[in-house]
Write a protein that binds this ligand. Structure first.
Ligand code: IDP
Ligand code: CA
Length: 442
């Protein structure tokens, strides 16, 4: 019996080894081959369209590179996808790197912006296999920082980036560098979040809404459940678009100037792009009484100061913020029936006061923001603390959410990443771009 067992074991191991080698061989072959099939005939990378995937094997592997030129920083997202014929693509990996400050900080010295862009491009070269460089679309989309700049200054920055992109080994089209409009920014982030939560492909799973609070602008996007919302929303708030063979009618709106940093300036009484006169200072009811410092925003340094002690900080700050928001935001009750994901500064502020875990995120209500605002403002009546803006920021967030139509009991999910992928508009915008290149077959 014993003598029989050993050869059997060897025989078994032999078969196992053969199967394993075969599987590895097939996987390597399938992973590496389709992209050449996709781009068969596409020997020139300065074309307007990449060819349709003519898949000869099981699935394709391809990459997309998206630069997010935000108002406070520039970030690169390198996405790796696999796609089976006639199926929606699968995201298998994301590489992310962020640099500060944002592109708009180089408005008066455009050449200086090149270094950061080059540095991020190096990350893409490390990440994307060399043989795929010329088939990998490279795109930069700018948001509020560039929207708020005078047109000619913004254009010079975009031209510089385009020059760098065109000299790179990646696939670039004429539209590779642009300022994205706010509605598309919201829609792209909505696509990202619904793709990552699995509700884009599963028609039975309810979609989730999206809230993004950037430095210069803020977006809210959701799929209305009732026709009434579609009919009663103001012009420009409903946009129809196609993705993965479905048509969606989304409520999406971006408020330029209501991002957290722009809102700070407005609450302080300053004007975007305008420096203070000699000896002038901005006095705010949202700062600790008697506190003063210098604050830099969009390349301008402001002298800022708290009011004299006396009034309750939260009440006087909330009054000021309410005045700023008055009639600026469209309130819609439809939001209360949906689950919402919030990110960017919503996340950072909640994490800073310990409402959520800094690394893992979590959930909270509008009330949680309000209670935190009241508590922080109270402590700041006595001393400014580490972050002199915390009372202002939390009060602003709590009132902004209520102005948008959220009841105090509304629960939000706060996530920086889902399945290791950044919650940002970048993934959705990459899908959209690949779609426009006819790269996605489903
Ligand atoms: O991809 C990302 N991952 C993590 N945080 C991000 C990402 N994109 C933006 N943020 C966050 O967004 C906030 C700044 O917004 P941003 O600079 O994009 O302004 P904007 O959207 O108004 O142009 C910061 O809290 C920053 O950490
Ligand atoms: Ca942003």
């Amino acid at each position: 019996m014993e003598a029989m067992k050993i050869p059997k074991l060897f025989y078994g191991l032999g078969i196992f080894a053969c199967v394993a080698i075969y599987v590895v061989y097939i996987k390597w072959h399938v992973d590496s081959k389709p992209i050449s099939a996709i781009t068969e005939g596409a020997t020139e990378n300065r074309r307007d369209e990449l060819d349709h995937p003519t898949l000869t094997t099981d699935h394709a592997v391809f990459y997309g590179i998206m630069f997010d030129a935000g108002s406070t920083g520039t970030r690169i997202h390198i996405f790796k996808f696999t796609q089976k014929s006639k199926e929606t693509p699968k995201l298998t990996h994301e590489t992310f790197k962020a640099l500060k400050p944002g592109l708009s900080a180089y408005a008066d010295d455009v050449d200086k912006s090149a270094q950061g862009i080059q540095e991020l491009l190096e990350v893409a070269k490390d990440e994307v296999p060399m043989e795929l460089w010329k088939f990998t679309p490279l795109v930069l989309k700018a948001t509020a920082g560039l929207r708020l700049l005078p047109g000619d200054k913004a254009q010079k920055l975009l031209d510089k980036v385009k020059e760098i992109f065109q000299a790179s080994p990646f696939f670039v089209r004429d539209d590779c560098v642009s300022i994205m409009n706010g509605t598309d920014e919201g829609i792209s982030a909505w696509i990202t979040i619904n793709f990552l939560t699995g509700s884009l492909n599963a028609s039975r799973k309810r979609s989730v809404g999206m809230l993004d609070l950037g430095g210069g602008s803020t977006q809210m996007t959701f799929l209305p459940i009732t026709e009434i919302t579609l009919q009663t929303s103001p012009a420009g708030h409903i946009t129809s678009f196609q993705m993965f063979n479905n048509t969606y009618k989304l409520y999406s709106y971006s408020y330029l100037g209501l991002g957290l940093m722009s809102a700070r300036l407005a609450i302080l009484g300053g004007i975007e792009g305008q420096a203070l006169k000699e000896g002038e200072e901005l006095i705010s009811p949202c700062l600790s009484p008697g506190f003063q410092c210098e604050w830099e925003h969009a390349e301008i340094v402001y002298r800022i100061k708290g009011q004299k002690a006396g009034e309750h900080l939260y009440e006087s700050c909330a009054n000021k913020v309410a005045k700023l928001l008055y009639k600026k935001v469209h309130k819609t009750e439809a939001v209360k029936d949906l689950d919402f994901y919030a990110f960017s500064y919503y996340y950072d502020c909640a994490a800073e006061v310990g409402l959520i875990d800094k690394g893992k995120g979590g959930s909270l209500t509008v009330s949680d923001f309000e209670i935190a605002a009241k508590y922080v403002c109270k402590t700041m009546e006595v001393k400014p603390g580490d972050n002199p803006f915390l009372c202002m920021d939390l009060t602003y967030i709590s009132l902004l959410l209520q102005e948008l139509g959220f009841p105090k009991s509304q629960v939000f999910q706060l996530a920086r990443k889902i399945d290791n992928v950044e919650t940002s508009w970048a993934l959705g915008a990459t899908f959209h771009y690949l779609d426009s290149l006819h790269r996605l077959q489903y």
